[in-house]
Design a protein around this ligand. Structure first.
Ligand SMILES: [Zn+2]
Length: 342
Protein backbone atom coordinates (compact mmCIF):
# COMPACT_ATOMS: atom_id res chain seq x y z
CA UNK A 1 0.00 0.00 0.00
CA UNK A 2 1.02 3.63 -0.32
CA UNK A 3 2.43 5.09 -3.48
CA UNK A 4 0.89 2.44 -5.71
CA UNK A 5 -2.69 2.94 -4.50
CA UNK A 6 -4.91 4.41 -7.18
CA UNK A 7 -5.96 7.91 -6.17
CA UNK A 8 -9.42 8.66 -4.81
CA UNK A 9 -11.12 11.80 -3.50
CA UNK A 10 -13.76 12.05 -0.78
CA UNK A 11 -16.84 14.29 -0.85
CA UNK A 12 -18.35 15.41 2.47
CA UNK A 13 -21.72 17.14 2.52
CA UNK A 14 -22.32 18.87 5.84
CA UNK A 15 -25.96 19.50 6.66
CA UNK A 16 -28.04 20.67 9.58
CA UNK A 17 -28.60 17.15 10.93
CA UNK A 18 -26.29 14.80 9.03
CA UNK A 19 -23.17 14.50 6.96
CA UNK A 20 -23.33 12.52 3.74
CA UNK A 21 -20.11 11.08 2.33
CA UNK A 22 -18.95 9.62 -0.97
CA UNK A 23 -15.76 8.45 -2.69
CA UNK A 24 -14.83 9.18 -6.31
CA UNK A 25 -11.96 7.50 -8.14
CA UNK A 26 -9.60 9.20 -10.59
CA UNK A 27 -11.62 7.91 -13.56
CA UNK A 28 -14.70 9.76 -12.30
CA UNK A 29 -16.55 6.72 -10.93
CA UNK A 30 -18.40 6.91 -7.60
CA UNK A 31 -17.56 3.97 -5.32
CA UNK A 32 -20.86 4.15 -3.45
CA UNK A 33 -24.35 4.45 -4.93
CA UNK A 34 -26.35 5.32 -1.82
CA UNK A 35 -26.52 7.75 1.08
CA UNK A 36 -23.88 7.08 3.74
CA UNK A 37 -24.67 9.38 6.63
CA UNK A 38 -23.58 10.18 10.17
CA UNK A 39 -24.84 12.87 12.56
CA UNK A 40 -23.31 16.29 11.74
CA UNK A 41 -23.72 17.66 15.29
CA UNK A 42 -23.35 21.24 14.00
CA UNK A 43 -25.48 22.52 16.87
CA UNK A 44 -22.74 21.47 19.28
CA UNK A 45 -20.33 23.91 17.67
CA UNK A 46 -17.45 23.75 15.20
CA UNK A 47 -15.04 21.52 17.14
CA UNK A 48 -17.57 18.72 17.47
CA UNK A 49 -18.76 19.23 13.88
CA UNK A 50 -15.24 18.95 12.45
CA UNK A 51 -14.75 15.74 14.45
CA UNK A 52 -18.02 14.37 13.02
CA UNK A 53 -16.75 15.08 9.51
CA UNK A 54 -13.49 13.26 10.28
CA UNK A 55 -15.60 10.28 11.38
CA UNK A 56 -17.63 10.52 8.17
CA UNK A 57 -14.39 10.30 6.20
CA UNK A 58 -13.10 7.26 8.13
CA UNK A 59 -16.48 5.58 7.76
CA UNK A 60 -16.81 6.08 4.00
CA UNK A 61 -13.27 4.81 3.44
CA UNK A 62 -14.18 1.67 5.38
CA UNK A 63 -17.48 1.23 3.50
CA UNK A 64 -15.74 1.52 0.12
CA UNK A 65 -12.59 -0.38 1.13
CA UNK A 66 -10.40 2.60 0.21
CA UNK A 67 -7.09 3.05 2.07
CA UNK A 68 -6.58 6.47 3.65
CA UNK A 69 -3.21 6.73 1.91
CA UNK A 70 -5.06 6.80 -1.43
CA UNK A 71 -7.04 9.96 -0.59
CA UNK A 72 -5.61 12.85 -2.61
CA UNK A 73 -8.11 15.54 -1.62
CA UNK A 74 -11.40 16.15 0.15
CA UNK A 75 -14.36 18.21 -1.03
CA UNK A 76 -16.49 19.86 1.66
CA UNK A 77 -19.80 21.61 1.23
CA UNK A 78 -22.12 23.18 3.79
CA UNK A 79 -25.10 25.49 3.83
CA UNK A 80 -24.15 29.17 3.64
CA UNK A 81 -23.67 31.89 4.09
CA UNK A 82 -19.96 31.35 3.78
CA UNK A 83 -17.31 32.85 1.54
CA UNK A 84 -15.53 31.03 -1.30
CA UNK A 85 -12.86 29.76 1.12
CA UNK A 86 -15.37 28.24 3.51
CA UNK A 87 -15.33 30.93 6.19
CA UNK A 88 -18.77 31.00 7.78
CA UNK A 89 -20.49 34.38 7.80
CA UNK A 90 -19.71 36.57 10.80
CA UNK A 91 -23.45 37.24 11.06
CA UNK A 92 -24.12 33.58 11.81
CA UNK A 93 -26.84 31.55 10.10
CA UNK A 94 -29.65 29.10 10.72
CA UNK A 95 -27.43 26.03 10.57
CA UNK A 96 -24.53 27.57 12.41
CA UNK A 97 -26.30 29.23 15.29
CA UNK A 98 -23.59 28.71 17.93
CA UNK A 99 -21.55 31.92 18.45
CA UNK A 100 -18.30 29.99 17.86
CA UNK A 101 -19.32 29.46 14.23
CA UNK A 102 -19.27 33.18 13.46
CA UNK A 103 -16.37 33.86 11.14
CA UNK A 104 -15.18 30.25 11.60
CA UNK A 105 -12.77 29.01 8.92
CA UNK A 106 -14.49 25.68 8.31
CA UNK A 107 -12.33 24.61 5.37
CA UNK A 108 -8.99 25.23 7.09
CA UNK A 109 -10.19 23.58 10.31
CA UNK A 110 -11.10 20.40 8.46
CA UNK A 111 -7.86 20.52 6.47
CA UNK A 112 -5.86 20.78 9.72
CA UNK A 113 -7.82 17.94 11.32
CA UNK A 114 -7.52 15.59 8.30
CA UNK A 115 -4.05 16.67 7.14
CA UNK A 116 -5.43 16.52 3.59
CA UNK A 117 -6.19 19.32 1.10
CA UNK A 118 -9.82 20.43 1.43
CA UNK A 119 -11.80 22.23 -1.29
CA UNK A 120 -14.94 24.13 -0.18
CA UNK A 121 -18.23 24.95 -1.94
CA UNK A 122 -21.56 26.02 -0.58
CA UNK A 123 -24.20 23.27 -0.83
CA UNK A 124 -26.06 24.88 -3.73
CA UNK A 125 -22.91 25.19 -5.81
CA UNK A 126 -21.88 21.61 -5.00
CA UNK A 127 -25.27 20.27 -6.09
CA UNK A 128 -25.15 22.39 -9.26
CA UNK A 129 -21.72 20.98 -10.06
CA UNK A 130 -23.02 17.44 -9.66
CA UNK A 131 -26.12 18.08 -11.80
CA UNK A 132 -23.86 19.48 -14.52
CA UNK A 133 -21.39 16.59 -14.53
CA UNK A 134 -24.08 13.92 -14.19
CA UNK A 135 -25.85 15.38 -17.23
CA UNK A 136 -22.90 16.12 -19.50
CA UNK A 137 -20.38 13.44 -18.45
CA UNK A 138 -17.15 13.62 -20.48
CA UNK A 139 -18.17 16.84 -22.28
CA UNK A 140 -18.90 18.69 -19.00
CA UNK A 141 -15.91 21.00 -19.43
CA UNK A 142 -17.29 22.20 -22.77
CA UNK A 143 -20.73 23.06 -21.39
CA UNK A 144 -22.40 25.56 -19.06
CA UNK A 145 -25.51 25.29 -16.90
CA UNK A 146 -27.60 26.91 -14.21
CA UNK A 147 -29.24 24.97 -11.38
CA UNK A 148 -32.06 26.17 -9.17
CA UNK A 149 -32.83 24.19 -6.02
CA UNK A 150 -36.03 25.07 -4.24
CA UNK A 151 -36.02 24.28 -0.53
CA UNK A 152 -36.50 26.40 2.56
CA UNK A 153 -34.79 29.08 0.51
CA UNK A 154 -33.76 29.09 -3.13
CA UNK A 155 -30.22 27.85 -3.80
CA UNK A 156 -28.27 26.57 -6.75
CA UNK A 157 -25.35 27.65 -8.81
CA UNK A 158 -23.91 28.69 -12.13
CA UNK A 159 -21.47 26.39 -13.93
CA UNK A 160 -19.26 27.60 -16.77
CA UNK A 161 -16.92 25.24 -18.62
CA UNK A 162 -17.54 22.57 -15.98
CA UNK A 163 -16.54 24.87 -13.09
CA UNK A 164 -18.51 26.75 -10.44
CA UNK A 165 -18.66 30.49 -11.09
CA UNK A 166 -17.59 31.84 -7.67
CA UNK A 167 -17.15 35.56 -8.13
CA UNK A 168 -14.73 37.95 -6.44
CA UNK A 169 -16.17 37.49 -2.93
CA UNK A 170 -17.45 33.96 -3.48
CA UNK A 171 -20.99 35.22 -3.79
CA UNK A 172 -21.77 34.52 -7.42
CA UNK A 173 -24.70 32.23 -8.08
CA UNK A 174 -26.85 33.61 -5.25
CA UNK A 175 -29.78 32.99 -7.51
CA UNK A 176 -32.40 33.42 -4.82
CA UNK A 177 -31.61 37.09 -4.46
CA UNK A 178 -31.74 38.01 -8.14
CA UNK A 179 -34.62 40.40 -8.79
CA UNK A 180 -37.13 39.15 -11.30
CA UNK A 181 -39.66 41.21 -13.26
CA UNK A 182 -43.01 40.98 -11.50
CA UNK A 183 -45.14 42.60 -14.19
CA UNK A 184 -47.73 39.99 -15.20
CA UNK A 185 -46.50 37.61 -12.52
CA UNK A 186 -48.29 39.14 -9.56
CA UNK A 187 -52.02 38.53 -9.37
CA UNK A 188 -54.59 41.31 -8.84
CA UNK A 189 -53.98 43.05 -5.53
CA UNK A 190 -51.09 40.78 -4.64
CA UNK A 191 -48.42 42.59 -2.64
CA UNK A 192 -44.81 42.44 -3.81
CA UNK A 193 -43.28 39.44 -1.98
CA UNK A 194 -40.51 40.14 0.50
CA UNK A 195 -37.38 38.09 1.08
CA UNK A 196 -35.46 37.49 4.31
CA UNK A 197 -32.45 39.15 2.66
CA UNK A 198 -34.23 42.50 2.64
CA UNK A 199 -35.07 42.55 -1.09
CA UNK A 200 -38.61 42.48 -2.41
CA UNK A 201 -39.56 40.63 -5.57
CA UNK A 202 -36.44 38.47 -5.83
CA UNK A 203 -36.60 34.82 -6.93
CA UNK A 204 -36.55 33.39 -3.38
CA UNK A 205 -39.42 35.63 -2.27
CA UNK A 206 -41.58 33.54 -4.65
CA UNK A 207 -39.84 30.19 -5.14
CA UNK A 208 -39.04 28.80 -1.68
CA UNK A 209 -40.83 27.33 1.31
CA UNK A 210 -40.25 30.63 3.13
CA UNK A 211 -41.78 32.43 0.14
CA UNK A 212 -44.90 30.27 0.38
CA UNK A 213 -45.16 30.84 4.12
CA UNK A 214 -44.45 34.54 4.11
CA UNK A 215 -45.91 35.70 0.81
CA UNK A 216 -47.77 33.33 -1.49
CA UNK A 217 -49.96 31.39 0.93
CA UNK A 218 -51.20 34.39 2.93
CA UNK A 219 -52.18 36.10 -0.33
CA UNK A 220 -53.77 33.09 -2.07
CA UNK A 221 -55.80 32.25 1.02
CA UNK A 222 -57.54 35.60 0.56
CA UNK A 223 -58.50 34.49 -2.97
CA UNK A 224 -59.76 31.10 -1.79
CA UNK A 225 -61.80 31.98 1.31
CA UNK A 226 -62.78 28.97 3.38
CA UNK A 227 -59.82 26.88 2.15
CA UNK A 228 -58.85 24.14 4.64
CA UNK A 229 -55.28 25.46 4.89
CA UNK A 230 -56.62 28.75 6.23
CA UNK A 231 -58.22 26.97 9.15
CA UNK A 232 -55.03 25.43 10.52
CA UNK A 233 -54.16 28.47 12.61
CA UNK A 234 -50.48 28.21 11.65
CA UNK A 235 -49.28 29.50 8.29
CA UNK A 236 -45.92 27.80 8.93
CA UNK A 237 -47.58 24.40 9.27
CA UNK A 238 -49.94 25.12 6.37
CA UNK A 239 -47.03 26.10 4.05
CA UNK A 240 -45.51 22.63 4.42
CA UNK A 241 -48.79 21.02 3.33
CA UNK A 242 -49.18 22.98 0.09
CA UNK A 243 -47.26 20.44 -2.01
CA UNK A 244 -49.48 17.59 -0.84
CA UNK A 245 -52.54 19.61 -1.82
CA UNK A 246 -51.00 20.33 -5.24
CA UNK A 247 -50.41 16.60 -5.75
CA UNK A 248 -54.13 16.07 -5.18
CA UNK A 249 -55.00 18.76 -7.72
CA UNK A 250 -56.08 21.50 -5.28
CA UNK A 251 -56.63 24.69 -7.35
CA UNK A 252 -55.12 27.08 -4.79
CA UNK A 253 -52.01 24.94 -4.27
CA UNK A 254 -51.56 24.72 -8.04
CA UNK A 255 -51.79 28.53 -8.30
CA UNK A 256 -48.99 28.79 -5.74
CA UNK A 257 -46.77 26.32 -7.61
CA UNK A 258 -47.58 27.92 -10.94
CA UNK A 259 -46.40 31.26 -9.58
CA UNK A 260 -43.18 29.62 -8.37
CA UNK A 261 -42.60 27.99 -11.75
CA UNK A 262 -43.15 31.29 -13.59
CA UNK A 263 -40.73 33.00 -11.19
CA UNK A 264 -38.08 30.36 -11.94
CA UNK A 265 -38.75 30.76 -15.67
CA UNK A 266 -38.14 34.48 -15.34
CA UNK A 267 -34.92 33.83 -13.42
CA UNK A 268 -33.83 31.45 -16.21
CA UNK A 269 -34.67 34.15 -18.77
CA UNK A 270 -32.17 36.42 -17.02
CA UNK A 271 -29.63 33.57 -17.14
CA UNK A 272 -30.33 33.08 -20.86
CA UNK A 273 -29.36 36.68 -21.52
CA UNK A 274 -26.45 36.66 -19.09
CA UNK A 275 -24.49 33.44 -19.58
CA UNK A 276 -26.68 31.63 -22.17
CA UNK A 277 -26.25 28.21 -20.51
CA UNK A 278 -26.52 24.86 -22.29
CA UNK A 279 -28.75 23.43 -19.58
CA UNK A 280 -31.28 24.58 -16.99
CA UNK A 281 -31.73 22.29 -13.98
CA UNK A 282 -34.45 22.38 -11.33
CA UNK A 283 -34.24 20.49 -8.05
CA UNK A 284 -35.72 20.38 -4.58
CA UNK A 285 -39.10 19.87 -3.00
CA UNK A 286 -41.07 21.21 -5.98
CA UNK A 287 -39.88 18.34 -8.15
CA UNK A 288 -39.56 15.63 -5.48
CA UNK A 289 -43.20 14.84 -5.98
CA UNK A 290 -45.53 12.83 -8.19
CA UNK A 291 -44.36 12.42 -11.81
CA UNK A 292 -47.44 14.33 -12.96
CA UNK A 293 -46.82 17.39 -10.76
CA UNK A 294 -43.09 17.28 -11.50
CA UNK A 295 -43.61 17.22 -15.30
CA UNK A 296 -46.19 20.01 -15.13
CA UNK A 297 -43.88 22.14 -12.97
CA UNK A 298 -40.87 21.68 -15.25
CA UNK A 299 -43.00 22.34 -18.35
CA UNK A 300 -44.32 25.54 -16.76
CA UNK A 301 -40.77 26.68 -15.98
CA UNK A 302 -39.79 26.02 -19.57
CA UNK A 303 -42.82 27.78 -20.99
CA UNK A 304 -41.90 30.91 -19.02
CA UNK A 305 -38.21 30.87 -19.91
CA UNK A 306 -38.01 33.23 -22.89
CA UNK A 307 -35.32 31.82 -25.15
CA UNK A 308 -34.34 32.99 -28.60
CA UNK A 309 -34.87 30.40 -31.33
CA UNK A 310 -31.14 29.67 -31.54
CA UNK A 311 -31.03 29.10 -27.78
CA UNK A 312 -34.15 26.95 -27.69
CA UNK A 313 -32.58 24.60 -30.23
CA UNK A 314 -29.61 23.79 -27.99
CA UNK A 315 -30.96 24.25 -24.44
CA UNK A 316 -31.94 21.36 -22.18
CA UNK A 317 -34.35 21.53 -19.25
CA UNK A 318 -33.90 18.77 -16.70
CA UNK A 319 -33.97 17.80 -13.05
CA UNK A 320 -31.12 17.87 -10.54
CA UNK A 321 -30.64 14.10 -10.12
CA UNK A 322 -30.08 12.26 -6.81
CA UNK A 323 -30.55 15.48 -4.85
CA UNK A 324 -29.89 13.77 -1.49
CA UNK A 325 -26.42 12.79 -2.72
CA UNK A 326 -25.77 15.80 -4.96
CA UNK A 327 -23.84 17.83 -2.36
CA UNK A 328 -21.39 15.07 -1.49
CA UNK A 329 -20.96 14.08 -5.12
CA UNK A 330 -20.46 17.66 -6.32
CA UNK A 331 -17.91 18.21 -3.55
CA UNK A 332 -16.01 15.12 -4.66
CA UNK A 333 -16.05 16.36 -8.29
CA UNK A 334 -14.62 19.70 -7.12
CA UNK A 335 -11.90 17.87 -5.16
CA UNK A 336 -10.98 15.74 -8.17
CA UNK A 337 -10.80 18.82 -10.42
CA UNK A 338 -8.50 20.49 -7.87
CA UNK A 339 -5.92 17.69 -8.03
CA UNK A 340 -6.12 17.32 -11.81
CA UNK A 341 -5.38 21.02 -12.19
CA UNK A 342 -2.42 21.01 -9.85
ZN1 LIG B 1 -33.54 37.57 -1.20
Amino acid sequence: MGASDPLVVVGLDNGGTSNNATVLDASGRFLVDRLVENPSRVLQGPTVAVESLAQALDNILEVTGSPRSAVAAVGLDSPGPADADGVISSKGSTNFSQPEWRGFDFRTALEDRLQLPVVYNNDGNAAALYAHHAHFGPIAVQRSSISVIVGTGLGGGVIEGGHVVRGAAGMAGELGHVHIPTNGLLNDGQPLPECNCGFAGDAESFASLIGIERNLLPYWLTRFPGHELGKLGSVKAAAKLVRGYAERGDPMALKIFEQQAIAIGRLFTIAANFTDPSAYFVGGGVVETTPQLREWFLATVREHTALREEQARVATFSLVPDLDMAGARGSAIAALASIQER
